[in-house]
Design a protein around this ligand. Structure first.
Ligand code: ZN
Length: 332
């Protein structure tokens, strides 16, 4: 299996009113580096794309990439022509490696805009090199820029930054320095195309947690009432756990719960609600981990705080309502 290290440059509308809803970011350059299974470089790919939606480059885009409108007019090829050629170059058996999470989304969005067939099997797994670097070097906490990491490794900067094929080449150099055996279990899952039904929904096992991605629901309420979404399986055996603390939220986006497996003890769950790519609905990403007694106390405290806050708010609202009623009565 090969690695396709991909990087894109894109352009957008100068003003929000000119924005095309289905294509907020138009790809203007594709760059990629192909690595074999030993992560040795075997090929490079680079092409400029002639824009069809936003005909002029933003000044910011020009400043960052040093690409000009004239470059695109002279050398650019239309996306719908070049994309199939690029996918042929990628080959049959590969996994995408990307710095961050956005390029794969933009590639699929641009393809969908031109009604090109998305050739991948879903769920689409990829490697986020920025995340892998963070996991290996900084316990996953921060996200560094590509140039920062290149400096840290002391890699000579003999190519410019912010051109697609050069950034792909630098990303590949970082990738080659990572411990591949260790990180390949830390793949990412693309959220552009969500599971279409409950049969397509999957739970993935990572070293320290289970991750489940739901299908899309039109309403948040419906999502959080779904039985599958609300499940809390054991991290070790995946059997359903007995609920210790039911799902509660600290905001509109995060839900927490605790469960207990007879055999494996306490389990903690977290659901993050995300907006689907089409902006028409919501989906859930649920992670499940083993839980310590300390974390259990923390969660119980969090829930109790929220409950008492809500109770107080309700009290205040009802007092206010009584006052208003009394005032109306007096006026009559
Ligand atoms: Zn268990």
């Amino acid at each position: 299996m090969n690695y396709i290290v991909l990087d894109l440059e894109w352009n957008q509308a100068a003003y929000k009113v000119d924005e095309e809803d289905e294509l907020p970011f138009e790809i203007i350059e594709i760059g990629a580096v192909k690595l074999n299974e030993k992560a040795e470089k075997i090929d490079e790919y680079s092409v400029l794309i002639r824009p069809q939606v936003y005909p002029f480059l933003l000044r910011r885009t020009k400043e960052i990439t040093h690409i000009t409108d004239e470059d695109l007019d002279r050398e650019g090829i239309y996306f719908d022509e070049v994309c199939p050629e690029f996918l042929t170059w990628c080959g049959k058996d590969y996994i995408f490696c990307i710095w961050g999470t956005s390029d794969l989304v933009q590639l699929q969005r641009n393809m969908a805009y031109y009604h090109l067939k998305l050739p991948w099997k879903y769920p689409l797994k990829y490697l986020d090199v920025q995340k892998l670097y963070a996991l290996q070097m900084e316990e996953g906490k921060v996200r560094r820029t590509l140039e920062h990491v290149i400096d840290l490794y002391g890699i000579p900067k003999d190519r410019p930054f912010h051109r697609a094929v050069d950034d792909a080449a630098y990303t590949a150099m970082v990738f080659q320095r990572l411990d591949r055996e260790k990180f390949e279990s830390y793949f990412s899952i693309d959220y552009y195309r969500l599971p279409k039904n409950r049969f397509e929904e999957s739970t993935y096992r990572f070293n320290t947690y289970l991750k489940y991605v739901s299908r899309e629901f039109p309403l948040k309420e419906e999502l959080m009432h779904n039985r599958k979404v609300r499940e809390l399986p054991c991290f070790y055996c995946r059997r359903n756990t007995k609920r210790v603390v039911n799902w509660f939220s600290d905001s509109q986006k995060n839900y927490f719960a605790l469960g207990e497996c007879k055999e494996h003890g306490l389990i903690r769950g977290r659901i993050r609600i995300k907006t689907a790519e089409d902006n028409m609905g919501f989906f859930a990403v649920r992670t499940v981990k083993p839980c310590t007694e300390e974390y259990k106390e923390l969660i119980l405290k969090k829930r109790d705080n929220l409950t008492s806050k809500r109770r107080e708010r309700r009290k205040r609202v009802s007092i206010k309502a009584k006052q208003v009623k009394a005032e109306i009565k007096e006026k009559k």
